[in-house]
Write a protein of this length. Structure first.
Length: 139
């Protein structure tokens, strides 16, 4: 699981992570315009592999929780998030670290609207206990 924060300017090219999230700092947030600093907790639909991934590969994620603003749900749980791989580098003898850079580009709302995103991945973590089980995957 990772946290990403909605930015007021484009994210850095090397944003890396498995999932993204943001905290509402402004009561004016809506699904059409998320306030800067909003945290979206998301979970990738499929795992990423640095050996197989390449720049511009499409990735999909879903929101892991409802995003609330003033007690109202503005982005429901399981809303689809679309993004892409920005870079991928597999581990090798000369480079012991692997890297998969990702960015999330837009939210696809259930009513058909698309909301553009500008986010930076802040944190990467394992899925929360019980979250994986909700998709039918054993913990």
């Amino acid at each position: 699981m990772s946290l990403a924060q909605v930015l007021t300017e484009p994210p850095p090219a090397n944003s890396a992570g498995q999932t993204a999230a943001s905290k509402v700092q402004n009561s004016a947030a809506s699904a059409d315009r998320l306030a800067p600093g909003t945290i979206l907790l998301v979970e990738l639909s499929k795992s990423l592999d640095a050996k197989k991934s390449k720049a511009n590969d499409r990735i999909e994620a879903k929101t892991a929780t409802d995003l609330l603003a003033q007690g109202q749900i503005v982005v429901p749980r399981n809303t689809k998030i679309i993004g892409h791989v920005t870079e991928a580098k597999a581990r090798s003898k000369t480079s012991p670290d692997s890297l998969v850079g990702i960015t999330f580009d837009r939210i696809l709302l259930k009513d058909g609207r698309e909301v553009p995103l500008q986010v930076a991945v802040q944190t990467i973590a394992k899925p929360l206990p019980g979250e994986r089980g909700s998709r039918g995957t054993p913990p």
